[in-house]
Ligand binder design. Structure first.
Ligand code: ZN
Ligand code: ZN
Length: 251
């Protein structure tokens, strides 16, 4: 018995209401984070680090509108899958745990890295599949309509692509024991990474540490090449797969 389930069947009104509420939360998270990132970083870098901008093209209103509209739909699809995961959790099908001492504390950090690695691996191969000519226009074209990306491109996907992305949420929740703190950290990292990669401005540090970091972690420059050159740099968070599969652009 739970608020979603009266013992015999799911309370459909509470489930639907929760999906709408979740969709609003997911969408507002994207809008607020993207806007703040643009206001803080973009403007701050504009006056200090001109050479870090990947293009000088002003935003096109039409492109922004489309990106925000597709992102609204993405928010709804993610909400559906979060709700599904929530119900699976209530019914006892997930490995999500609530007490911190159920696993050693180091596992909390390992679980975050493990999920990022699994998600990165999944996305790399799904991404390459979506670039196959027959698949591309149905799944992935919407995201690539933005050649000069903006912070609002971060969540702009065709619904079919969004389904493929959101599918990992219940799968990972079933397979990997995750604490709520780890889930919050993963969602935060997902949001930050997607925004950084599309903002059109390189924010990672320069110098030796920056060079090492950029060698392994995908940032704006790396993903910008994907939007411009198309057949390189398919990764999501890390460069491993692009390097191993020789799909990393040499510049
Ligand atoms: Zn692509
Ligand atoms: Zn992209």
């Amino acid at each position: 018995m739970s608020v979603f389930n009266d013992g015999n069947h799911l309370n459909i009104y509470i489930v639907l209401g929760s999906i709408v509420l979740l969709a609003i939360i997911v969408f507002v998270r994207y809008l607020v984070f993207s806007s703040l990132y643009h206001l803080v970083f973009f403007n701050w870098f504009k006056t200090r680090f001109v050479n870090r901008f990947l293009h000088n093209k002003p935003w096109k209103k039409k492109q922004l509108k489309k990106e925000i509209l597709w992102s609204m739909i993405s928010g709804f699809i993610f909400a559906l899958f979060i709700m599904l995961t929530f119900i699976l959790n209530i019914e006892g099908y997930t490995a999500v745990y609530t007490e911190l001492d159920e696993y050693p504390i180091w596992y909390l950090f390992v679980s975050i890295i493990l999920v990022l690695f699994l998600q990165d691996t999944y996305y790399y191969w799904v991404h390459r599949w979506m670039h196959l000519p027959k698949i591309y226009k149905y799944f992935h074209l919407v995201h690539h309509k933005s050649i000069h990306t903006s912070v609002f491109t971060a969540f702009s996907f065709h619904p079919l692509e969004t389904v493929l992305q959101a599918l990992v949420i219940p799968i990972l929740a079933i397979l990997v024991p995750l604490h709520l703190y780890a889930i919050i950290a993963i969602i935060t990292l997902m949001t930050i990474s997607a925004t950084i990669n599309h903002a059109g401005v390189e924010v990672y540090p320069s110098g030796r540490f920056g060079a090492w970091f950029k060698k392994w972690v995908i940032g704006a420059t790396h993903h910008d090449v994907h939007h411009k050159k198309f057949n390189y740099n398919y990764g999501l968070y890390f460069t491993f797969w692009d390097r191993w599969m020789k799909t990393e652009h040499q510049k």
